[in-house]
Design a protein around this ligand. Structure first.
Ligand code: ATP
Ligand code: MG
Length: 333
């Protein structure tokens, strides 16, 4: 039986962080054994809001790849590829742009939010506005049925399925697959500053390569319950970043549940909770940081992995593009 196909990816806009780890990386490591998994380093999408700073994208490609390997993504089980090395993706994007209206693109809530956050106003790059269309090209080119992502990506999956539906109806034989988001238990990890989403662009991350000191400082500065003044006061766990992180990362769920009850009743101090969290994050990050330090030293080997994966992915994506072109009646010269 054919294994189900997965496509996910990340923008090489900075080193990966704990949000990526719980939102998607952790799942990819588990899924790679019984799925046909493709992971795309989306450099073209990274350029959509970094058009004047291509160096940043260039520099972060090996960084993201080193993070993948450190987190446990195995290039023998997962095809890791580079978006700009797959021209079929750009060609599919151009074809899809004709069946999506400006009004539809403007309605995408994640894009709307990002445009506001980045303060683009009239200097909004056209490429950024349409990146969900290019993301639809990425997903459909691999004929992926499953997409493990954080919940900020749900509008992209919805838009992808609309494109699939419309494009299939125009083809002599439908060739594109509908896809489904796979949300993890922590589908949106808040930033260490308490902001709704940990994000590279918001500068509120704890990276997979964070030093011991950085982890310590981040946990110390974490937002708790502002009304929990004395240890004996009852505290609130909802919206308390320390507890959100304990839920996301602590392996002993029973212990976290007991801590929550204790905190809510009063008598459990923030310091104790933060110590517990710090220990657990130090233990999680230390082995990844070490593995990453080794991988990043050999950029040649990293690029060879990416080249090999991209060669495999080029065939798959080109085949889909050919099917779409043929289905639209474009001459195959
Ligand atoms: P940027 O700020 O440059 O957009 P980012 O931190 O949002 O970077 P992306 O590369 O855009 O990271 O996201 C890659 C994947 O990781 C997506 O599936 C996204 O949903 C997921 N992800 C990113 N941040 C989080 C988070 N805080 N919680 C859960 N999932 C996340
Ligand atoms: Mg993002």
């Amino acid at each position: 039986m054919n294994k189900p196909t997965i496509l996910t990816g990340d923008r090489p806009t900075g080193p990966l962080h704990l949000g990526h780890y719980v939102g998607s990386l952790r799942q990819r490591v588990a899924l790679q054994h019984d799925h046909q998994q493709y992971v795309l380093i989306a450099d073209l999408q990274g350029l959509t809001d970094n058009g004047s700073n291509p160096q940043k994208i260039h520099d972060n490609i090996p960084e993201v790849l080193a993070d993948y390997l450190a987190a446990g993504i195995d290039p023998r089980l997962t095809t890791i590829c580079l978006q700009s090395a797959l021209p079929a993706l750009a060609e599919l994007t151009v074809l899809y742009m004709n069946i999506v209206t400006v009004a539809r693109v403007e309605r995408n809530p994640t894009v709307k939010n990002e445009i506001a956050q980045k303060g683009f106003a009239r200097s909004l790059p056209v490429g950024f506005m349409v990146y969900p269309i290019s993301q639809a090209a990425d997903i459909t080119a691999f004929k992926a049925g499953l997409v493990p992502v954080g919940d900020d990506q749900l509008p992209m999956i919805e838009q992808t399925n609309e494109i699939v539906h419309k494009m299939n109806s125009l083809l002599s034989t439908p060739v594109l697959r509908h896809c489904q988001a796979m949300l993890s238990q922590t589908s949106r990890l808040p930033g260490i500053d308490g902001n709704a989403k940990m994000s590279k662009s918001l500068g509120n991350t704890l990276t997979l390569s964070a030093s011991e000191e950085e982890i310590h400082k981040a946990v110390c500065a974490m937002y708790t319950d502002p009304n929990h003044l004395r240890v004996s006061d009852p505290g609130c766990v909802e919206g308390n970043v320390v507890f959100t992180y304990l839920d996301a990362f602590h392996p002993d769920t029973a212990k976290v549940a007991a801590m929550k009850t204790h905190y809510q009743q009063g008598g459990l101090g923030d310091r104790v909770c933060k110590n517990e969290l710090e220990t657990c994050l130090q233990e999680l990050i230390a082995p990844m940081r070490e593995r990453r330090n080794t991988f990043i030293q050999d950029k040649g080997a990293l690029m060879a992995i990416l080249r090999e994966g991209s060669e495999r992915a080029r065939e798959v994506t080109q085949a889909t593009l050919d099917e779409v072109k043929r289905g639209l009646g474009l001459p195959m010269l």
